[in-house]
Design a protein around this ligand. Structure first.
Ligand SMILES: [Zn+2]
Ligand SMILES: [Zn+2]
Length: 346
C-alpha cells in the first residue's frame, strides 16, 4: 500500500498515519485535566509549608506560591509538548483564591489551547514545631554553670548567643525540631530548654569550643510513647573557674589570665610583664576581670615611675613602671581595684 492510499478511519481524509489522522487523534485524546481545587497548608505562626505530610520552612509569600499551586492542579497527557500555563490569581477571601489558567502546547504537531479555573484553598494548620513549642514539649535542658563560681553577665550573654547561632544553623539546615524552647537566666547561670538531643549536644560543644569547660549528660526516663522509652536529658555544662582577662592573685602577685588550660592557666604577670603558667591550685583568689577595669589618666611617666590620677579621689598615685606599660602623660591606663590596692591591667 502506498502512502496516498492511507485514509483516516474516522474522518476519511488521507493521512500519513497508520490509524487516525493527527486532527482526529487530537480530538479523541483527553490531553489535559484540571483539578477543581488545590490546597496549600501553612503554619500561621511560622509560615512553614506542609507538602504531603512533611513540614518545610519557607519564606515564600502567598502571591509567589499561588501560580505554582494552581499549575499543580493541571495534568497533561505525556504527548503534549512545549506546554505553557499562564496563571492569573484573584484573591477571594483570606482562605480562598481563584486561579484562571490558560494552557497551551502542541499535540501531534497541532497547537492545542484550553482554559480552566482552579479554586485555591489556603489551609492553616499548626506545624509540628509550633505544636511542640506551644505544648511546652522538650527533650532536654542545657544547664550552663561555672566551676566554683557564678557565671557573669558577659558569659551568660555569650552562651545565649552561641545557643541561638546553633539553633539558626540547624533550622536553616532543615532540622525543624532542633529548636530552643526557652532560655531562663537563673541565679546559678542559664537554663536552655531544647527540642532535640542533637541541638543539646551541639550547644554544649559550641559553648565549650568558645568558652572552655566540659559537660556531662544525665538522662531521665519520663515515659513511653508507642512502645519507645522517652528520655529527657540534662546537659550539665561547667565553664571553667577562670576566664580570659581574669586578674588573679597568686603568691602575692597579680596576674592576668591569657589562656585557660585543663588544670593550669597561662597568665601575664602584671608586675614584670612575663608570661607563665600557674597551677589552678596556686591561685589564691580571683580579684576581678580586666573587662571591668576603668580608665585612669597618666599624669607623668619617667624611666621607672608612672603617676596616674585616681578617678575616684583625684589624687595622684605612683607606680613602679614596668616594661609592658607604655604610657605618656595624657594617655590612659586601665586600672582595677583590689580593696585599697590599685592594679594596672593590660
Ligand atoms: Zn481524521
Ligand atoms: Zn509553625
Amino acid at each position: 500500500m502506498s502512502i496516498q492510499d492511507r485514509f483516516c478511519p474516522k474522518c476519511g481524509k488521507p493521512t500519513e498515519n497508520e490509524g487516525f489522522c493527527n486532527e482526529c487523534q487530537v480530538s479523541s485524546t483527553k490531553w489535559y485535566s484540571c483539578d477543581k481545587r488545590a490546597m496549600s497548608t501553612h503554619c500561621p505562626s511560622c509560615d512553614a509549608i506542609k507538602i504531603q505530610s512533611t513540614w518545610t520552612d519557607s519564606t515564600r509569600e502567598r502571591a509567589e506560591i499561588a501560580p505554582d499551586l494552581a499549575r499543580s492542579a493541571v495534568h497533561l497527557h505525556p504527548d503534549v509538548k512545549k506546554a505553557v500555563i499562564d496563571v492569573t490569581v484573584v484573591d477571594m477571601t483570606v482562605n480562598r483564591s481563584r486561579a484562571y489558567l490558560e494552557i497551551q502546547g502542541e499535540l501531534y504537531d497541532k497547537p492545542v489551547h484550553e482554559k480552566c479555573t482552579v479554586e485555591l484553598v489556603w489551609h492553616k494548620e499548626q506545624c509540628d514545631r509550633c505544636n511542640r513549642i506551644s505544648g511546652s514539649y522538650y527533650e532536654g535542658v542545657v544547664q550552663v554553670r561555672a566551676e566554683g563560681r557564678i557565671p557573669n553577665k558577659y558569659e551568660i550573654m555569650m552562651a545565649q548567643t552561641i545557643a541561638q547561632q546553633t539553633e539558626d544553623n540547624l533550622q536553616s539546615g532543615g532540622e525543624r525540631l532542633s529548636f530552643i524552647n526557652d532560655m531562663n537566666e537563673i541565679r546559678d547561670g542559664l537554663d536552655i530548654i531544647i527540642g532535640s538531643q542533637h541541638i543539646g549536644t551541639l550547644i554544649c560543644k559550641n559553648i565549650i569550643a568558645k568558652m572552655g569547660g566540659r559537660y556531662t549528660t544525665h538522662p531521665k526516663l519520663v515515659g513511653e510513647k508507642n512502645g519507645r522509652q522517652l528520655f529527657r536529658i540534662t546537659y550539665a555544662l561547667r565553664i571553667p573557674r577562670f576566664q580570659k582577662q581574669d586578674i588573679v592573685l597568686s603568691r602575692g602577685r597579680y596576674a592576668e589570665v591569657d589562656r585557660v588550660e585543663s588544670n593550669h592557666i597561662r597568665v601575664m604577670d602584671l608586675s614584670d610583664g612575663m608570661f607563665r603558667a600557674i597551677k589552678d591550685d596556686d591561685v589564691e583568689r580571683i580579684v576581678g576581670n580586666a573587662r571591668d577595669s576603668i580608665e585612669a589618666q597618666v599624669v607623668f611617666s619617667d624611666k621607672d615611675i608612672i603617676g596616674i590620677l585616681d578617678p575616684d579621689t583625684a589624687r595622684t598615685i605612683e607606680f613602679k613602671k614596668f616594661a609592658w606599660m607604655c604610657a605618656r602623660p595624657g594617655d590612659h591606663l586601665n586600672i582595677l581595684r583590689d580593696g585599697e590596692q590599685i592594679i594596672v591591667v593590660r
